[in-house]
Write a protein of this length. Structure first.
Length: 220
């Protein structure tokens, strides 16, 4: 596996690289609902899990960033396709460098590094709820994370990031992401280097300075 997602209820969702044998039965399960899916178009696939906003079973796949960048005409930190198995719907989404004003729920104990952008794809049905939320990736102080879930501090290291699923500027839930093996999700492979690269390209060195001035950021 490459990265693991931990939901607020401590459910663990592993993302399996396409290179591992365990990915084949997962793709077989996905193709039972979405026969147009081809394994070679993805870098990885997750176990099925209950999505906190959609309230249905989903599977997340990793899409090569180069493929998506040619489609949307810009660089992205990561790219995915989310499949909702119950409603037989899907969406493409990417993670971008966060450069906007902080939402009202952001405190001094956290720093947003990325945010998702969601896309409806031509001739592929989408669950309307897929376009109602965003996922904000952030780093934060241990005290803040502990206030949500103390177990999220277990195995926390320099590659650990957290996220908030947000609807209408309201946090609906918090997630934890750990990168255990360097294979798969580019965004979680030394996210500090990826952040530095994208911030530098955007000429936002101020963001880099602000990030590394936070005493809760663990140097890679």
């Amino acid at each position: 596996m490459s990265d693991s997602l931990f939901k607020l209820d401590n459910t663990r969702v592993d993302n399996v690289p396409i290179s591992e044998d365990e990915s084949s039965p997962l793709f077989d399960k996905l193709k039972e609902v979405f026969p147009w899916v081809k394994n070679i178009n993805y870098n990885g696939i997750s176990n099925p899990y209950q999505h906190e906003i959609l309230n249905e079973t989903v599977m997340r796949t990793c899409v090569p960033t180069a493929t998506v960048e040619s489609m949307i005409g810009k660089k992205v930190a990561s790219a995915h396709r989310l499949f909702a198995l119950d409603s037989k719907t899907s969406m493409l989404y990417v993670t971008n460098l966060f450069q906007d004003e902080n939402p009202p729920w952001v405190t001094d104990d956290m720093f947003i590094i990325g945010v998702t952008e969601h896309f409806e794809e031509l001739n592929r049905p989408i669950n309307p709820l897929m376009l109602t939320f965003k996922e904000y990736f952030f780093v934060a102080s241990d005290s803040l994370i502990s206030s949500y879930n103390p177990s999220f501090l277990e195995n926390k290291d320099s590659d650990t990031v957290f996220s908030a699923l947000v609807v209408d500027d309201e946090i609906k839930t918090i997630r934890k992401y750990n990168d255990f093996v360097k294979d798969g999700n580019d965004f979680l492979i030394n996210w500090q280097s990826v952040y530095f690269l994208f911030a530098k390209k955007a000429r936002r060195m101020d963001l880099i300075r602000e990030l590394f001035n936070k005493d809760f950021v663990i140097p890679a």
